[in-house]
Design a protein around this ligand. Structure first.
Ligand code: NAG
Ligand code: NAG
Ligand code: NAG
Ligand code: NAG
Ligand code: NAG
Length: 503
């Protein structure tokens, strides 16, 4: 039962994050709170201008009290209790009303004390990850895995109704129980009342922090990108390096392997939350990473509209990769298309890679065979110098992120892996402007043919064999299958790739 669930979770996770679900609605946190989607569309630029004017005038009037604009709620005590100005409400009332509010508001602010409220915004309804954004006075007590949102109030006004404690596992594969089992649980708690009772800051930071885990499937190249690095890019790129990473389930090898990427996303040394004894204070903390779909980014959901093309461009710049786009074959100094065959040693390996390389050379390719290494600086250069990357379905194909745009990915799909192949690499390739060719092997090209006759249920009816049990599926089709390409059959795919370059 639970194994079936694990399989179903994986299928659902893949399917739910397919390209089909992209909605082309530009998402904006402030707009979204006050408008339905249709209204947003109708409003267009005119409304944006009016809105900006209002925000601008608010800024001018309230400047000394407003930090990051949509963040703070200002509460100002007046004679008859508490007057609240909720910045998010700006759009919902008329301009006239707003002017009136402002005129009432302005003189009071000038004299009375302002009470700051640290705001917690958690979203646990996204499909791939839970995350909280905390703005104001945020204190991370690593040894208790707790992030405190401290609201100061001399008058002891209690927290408004709502959740005052959230449990977050900051890893972006939340539907996958096996992955989440090795992810530390953190608490985001609101702390209201007398400030002196809150954990006292031992280190003050002026930049925002992002807290995430390198547990889960860290160690697998594909998961390191789809579950962590791409979500980290989505969540942190907007800060332009002025952001502090705080990592739980800290893996030194991961930090070392991706040091180039990490240094370009954050100018600060990573804080290892597992070993830290400080109380770190931040003006803003994001707990958990935002994630949209497998190995890709949905620009309609990401800050500044970042897309997968921005990510690949970021990688090229971080690793100083030379080629941004494939130049036409036949251009100077680039006579032959270059093909990199990714080999795998333990599972899903090519049984006749020599024969494949020979055929490709005969067709006019310059061929290299390599196994993906952990020295990314080197491997990124190798991949970037190629026009065509090919390999059997597996984590090594993740290296397509280093290809120049318009390059070609050829995925060899072993028996039974069609859906995984499409969701893990086929669809993501298109978002990177990589042209995608797929070669599905026949029974005779699978090593399974040595164990089962070609009319066996392993080939004819896979579900009746794995019974939707992920472990059984994995053991049979992922871990027990090598590939011997029929090079005469595969020739058509290699020719198709050359033809694409001449279009
Ligand atoms: C939380 O996530 C859901 C699901 O994607 C989304 O519809 C909603 O707008 C998000 N809420 C906030 C406040 O961002
Ligand atoms: C965490 O460290 C603080 C001192 O900074 C200590 O008072 C507290 O008891 C510790 N909490 C745990 C759960 O170890
Ligand atoms: C409080 O947070 C938990 C997750 O940590 C969530 O399951 C629950 O629905 C939240 N409660 C409210 C009232 O929002
Ligand atoms: C951190 O900032 C607070 C508020 O400005 C201040 O009271 C406190 O002394 C600072 N702590 C440290 C360790 O610098
Ligand atoms: C990785 O490869 C680059 C380029 O060849 C080399 O300069 C660097 O020393 C290598 N790094 C490691 C850790 O081997």
């Amino acid at each position: 039962m639970s194994k079936e669930k694990a399989y179903a979770d994986k299928v659902a996770l893949h399917q739910s994050t397919g390209v089909a679900e992209i909605e082309n609605v530009a998402y904006n946190a402030i707009f979204a709170k006050s408008f339905s989607r249709n209204e947003q569309k109708k409003l267009g630029c005119g409304a944006l201008a009016v809105f900006l004017m209002i925000v601008l005038s608010l800024c001018t009037v309230l400047k000394p009290y407003l930090g990051p604009l949509p963040i703070l709620k200002l509460r100002v005590p007046v004679d008859s209790g508490v007057y609240m100005l909720t910045v998010e409400d700006t759009m919902s009332s008329s301009f006239e009303q707003k002017k009136e509010d402002l005129s009432r508001y302005q003189p009071i602010v000038a004299e009375k004390e302002v009470i700051k409220e640290t705001k917690i915004m958690c979203n646990v309804s996204e499909r791939r990850s839970d995350f909280c954004e905390v703005d104001g006075d945020v204190r991370i007590q690593a040894n208790s895995s707790t992030i405190f949102a401290v609201s100061s109030s001399q008058t002891g006004i209690p927290e408004p109704a709502g959740n005052d404690s959230w449990a977050i596992r900051p890893y972006a594969r939340k539907g996958d129980k096996a992955a989440m089992g090795s992810v530390n649980q953190l608490w985001v708690k609101s702390f209201a009342g007398h400030e002196e009772a809150a954990p006292q800051c031992t280190l003050n930071h002026s930049v925002p922090a992002i807290v995430f885990s390198t547990g889960g499937y860290t160690g697998n190249n594909f998961h390191e990108f789809t579950d962590t690095l791409i979500p980290l890019f989505i969540t942190s790129r907007q800060f332009n390096g002025e952001v502090q990473f705080v990592v739980t389930d800290y893996k030194a090898f991961w930090v070392n392997k991706y040091q180039v990427i990490l240094k370009h996303l954050s100018r600060y040394e990573i804080i290892n939350m597992d070993k830290d004894h400080q109380i770190h204070c931040f003006p803003r903390v994001v707990v958990g990473l935002k994630c949209h779909k497998e190995l890709s980014i949905d620009p309609s959901k990401s800050p500044n509209g970042y897309s997968m093309l921005d990510f690949t461009e970021f990688l090229r710049s971080s690793y100083s990769l030379k080629r941004g786009t494939v130049t036409r074959i036949g251009d100077r100094g680039h006579k032959k298309p270059r093909l990199l065959i990714i080999s795998r040693k333990r599972t899903r390996s090519f049984m006749n890679v020599g024969e494949i390389a020979k055929m490709a050379r005969r067709l006019g390719y310059k061929v290299a065979v390599a196994e993906a290494t952990s020295n990314l600086s080197q491997f990124a250069q190798d991949v970037n110098s190629c026009d065509v990357l090919m390999g059997v379905h597996g984590a090594g194909l993740t290296n397509m992120i280093f290809l120049p745009a318009n390059a070609i990915l050829i995925q060899i799909v072993p028996f039974g892996l069609d859906w995984l192949a499409t969701y893990d690499f086929g669809k993501p390739a298109l978002d990177m402007n990589i042209r995608y060719l797929e070669y599905k092997i026949k029974e005779e090209e699978s090593s399974l043919i040595q164990q089962y006759p070609s009319d066996h249920a392993v080939f004819r009816d896979p579900p009746s064999v794995h019974k939707y049990d992920w472990q059984a599926f994995r053991a049979l089709y992922l871990d027990n299958q090598n590939v011997k390409l029929d090079v005469r059959r595969f020739k058509a795919t290699l020719l198709k790739a050359i033809e694409l370059f001449h279009q």
